[in-house]
Write a protein that binds this ligand. Sequence first.
Ligand SMILES: [Zn+2]
Length: 167
Amino acid sequence: MQCPACSKVGEDRVIDSRTTDGGKAIRRRRECVACGRRFTTKERVEEDNRITVIKKDGSRMPFDPERVLNGMRHACYKRPVPQKVLQKVVEMIEDEILKNFEREVPSRAIGSMVARHLRELDQVAYVRFASVYREFQGLDDMIDEIESVKEIAHDQVPGQQSLFEQE
Ligand SMILES: [Zn+2]
């Protein structure tokens, strides 16, 4: 970085860095080693790396990892799923989108990725999420979904206790 006081390039050192703008940017406090001037830089993802979400009604909005995280948090309310795990899942979903889509992704594709991850993490959270995301029309739909989760649980590694088998 070029020092705004003495114009020397690359003589600065970072003395503090913190996220800002709700995690979308990093603010770094720097000090020029040559002249001692302190200045601040802000680092954010470049526009062309951003993901656009196409909503059901056709409108577009920038992908917001925080929204995905919140959706999962709601589904995992009072479930034993650590916050750190959810954050990791959000990163994985972001990677998946960048790998599989041309920077534009339908919101329902994100929904199905979230559902897939929750299904592995916590079956109760999954059914909660699916009830919103799949817009279950009634109790029958929900029971069908629970039945299918139960079947999957049976296929899983022996010894792994299913949440649906505790009754
Ligand atoms: Zn300087």
